[in-house]
Design a protein around this ligand. Structure first.
Ligand SMILES: [Zn+2]
Length: 474
């Protein structure tokens, strides 16, 4: 929305805001679901049941055409290929990709224009922002057809939940649809064009949650589409106080790492299943859960590689490196997303031959480092069984100091902190000093997202295959 429209919106009564949201929703839908969208969606409906061999062929063909496009039109790649004495003909299959070096986020961030395809400069496109390294923003240029392709993948994923495109939906996302200073409900606005109510992710306090739950029960959505932390806040409240929660057919989560104990609380409170999705503004990788619960890598979206990272804990964790097929305006080859995952092995019972991921661990820079050089990714078990803590955030200030922000819930005792300290020491050791801070609420970060683990130690220049002795740690 443009700034002057936002100003009018902010000062309008709720009914007018609903109307504006609906008109805006209709406009967005007309852009998103136009052009090649229908064709992409139909193709995806068919290709999800392709054989492994057919999927490999599809990827090889897309890769060849992508490399040719990069070589011919993208300044960064034209130069890189020249320097490495490579030609498009050197890339026949996806197994040729390692001929190229990994692409770091910082490289894209420092010279975004070098990645713009010259034959797409006049093509309709939008700039999508995502968090880069060192707290700055990374801006990705995505052409409109590329966005449509992305929506087609998201629609296919939603179809796996069993909810049709016209199902009633409740959405919690990063948009500020309700003025922050608002103290009273409604903390939601209607998008009549899409059978959707947009709920604010910024007003989920203990005081406001009963109104959210009542509205959700009233709306009775088929689908809740949310950040894990938003829907978790509702779930925890409903469970703690025995307040009625709706029973949607499915809950879709994305944008933040979904932790095991979050999933359990959400499933229990809403008596439904959670389907988690992993992707990103860079549009290089799309992973989502199917009906059988497996995390699948959507192979038509791009090539996803897993690069072993010796310093990771668990040892099986790998860095996600991906090459996207959907965004021709700013293509990225072998892009190191900065997240860790554990690749899967066994085929899924749903019948799709897509590769699986055992576990998505999350942002590599949200991983706690220890003085002895370990990197610990999963800390949610630290809070396991502690129903008296409503929300917590682990902040690593430096190698030897960890701050725990804790929002106490019903029945909280100071002794509960000892239990957390004990569990942390078991995982991170006694060389670390733990400080606890009890808070009424933990503020959410950029885009309304909540990060359960926050590592403030500056990232190493390039931590791949780094030795585990910690000598390069700051
Ligand atoms: Zn499956």
């Amino acid at each position: 929305m443009q700034r002057w429209v936002e100003k009018i919106y902010e000062h309008s009564p709720v009914s007018l805001q609903d109307a504006m949201i609906s008109v805006y929703g209709l406009k967005l839908a007309r852009i998103r679901y136009a052009g090649g969208y229908k064709r992409y969606r139909e193709e995806l409906e068919r290709s999800q049941y392709f054989s492994e061999c057919a999927l490999a062929e599809l990827q090889d063909e897309r890769l060849r055409s992508l490399v040719r496009h990069c070589y011919d039109n993208v300044p960064y790649y034209a130069k890189l290929f020249r320097e490495l004495r490579l030609a498009p003909s050197d890339f026949r299959t996806t197994s040729d990709l390692p001929k190229l070096p990994l692409l770091a986020k910082e490289t894209v961030q420092s010279q975004p224009g070098q990645f713009y395809a010259q034959n797409y400069t006049n093509t309709p496109a939008e700039i999508v922002s995502t968090s880069g390294t060192t707290g700055t923003t990374l801006r990705i240029r995505v052409d409109t057809e590329g966005r449509r392709k992305n929506y087609a993948f998201f629609s296919r994923f939603k179809s796996w939940t069993g909810v049709g495109p016209s199902g009633r939906t409740a959405t919690f996302a990063g948009r500020t649809i309700v003025p922050v200073k608002s103290q009273r409900p409604p903390f939601w606005r209607h998008n009549l064009a899409a059978h959707t109510i947009l709920f604010s992710s910024y007003h989920l306090s203990e005081k406001n949650i009963p109104a959210y739950l009542a509205k959700l029960c009233d709306w009775d959505p088929h689908l809740i589409d949310s950040y894990p932390s938003s829907v978790e806040a509702l779930a925890r409240y409903a469970l703690a106080y025995g307040v009625r929660a709706p029973h949607p057919r499915a809950i879709v989560t994305s944008s933040e790492t979904l932790r095991t104990e979050q999933r359990e609380a959400i499933c229990k409170a809403f008596a439904t299943r959670v389907f988690d999705q992993y992707g990103g503004a860079e549009q290089v990788c799309f992973i989502s859960q199917c009906e059988a619960g497996s995390y699948h890598i959507h192979p038509e979206y791009g090539v996803t590689e897993f690069i072993p990272d010796e310093a990771s804990d668990p040892k099986s964790a790998c860095r996600i490196v991906a090459t996207g097929f959907t965004n021709m305006a700013m293509p990225l080859l072998r892009y190191d997303i900065g997240d860790l995952a554990v690749p899967g092995g066994t085929p899924c019972s749903c019948g799709r031959r897509f590769r699986t991921v055992e576990e998505i661990i999350g942002r590599a820079d949200d991983i706690i480092r220890t003085p002895d050089g370990r990197r610990v990714g999963r800390l949610d078990p630290v809070f396991k069984g502690l129903q008296t803590i409503r929300k917590a955030q682990i902040v690593q200030e430096d190698l030897r100091h960890i701050l725990l922000r804790v929002v106490p819930g019903e029945g909280f005792r100071p002794g509960d902190l000892d239990s957390i300290r004990y569990e942390l020491e078991k995982r991170l050791g006694r060389d670390v000093e733990y400080t606890f801070k009890l808070m009424e609420e933990i503020p959410v970060g950029a885009g309304g997202k909540f990060r359960a683990v926050l590592c403030l130690i500056p990232k190493e220049s390039f931590p791949i295959h780094r030795k585990t002795d910690g000598e390069r740690l700051p």
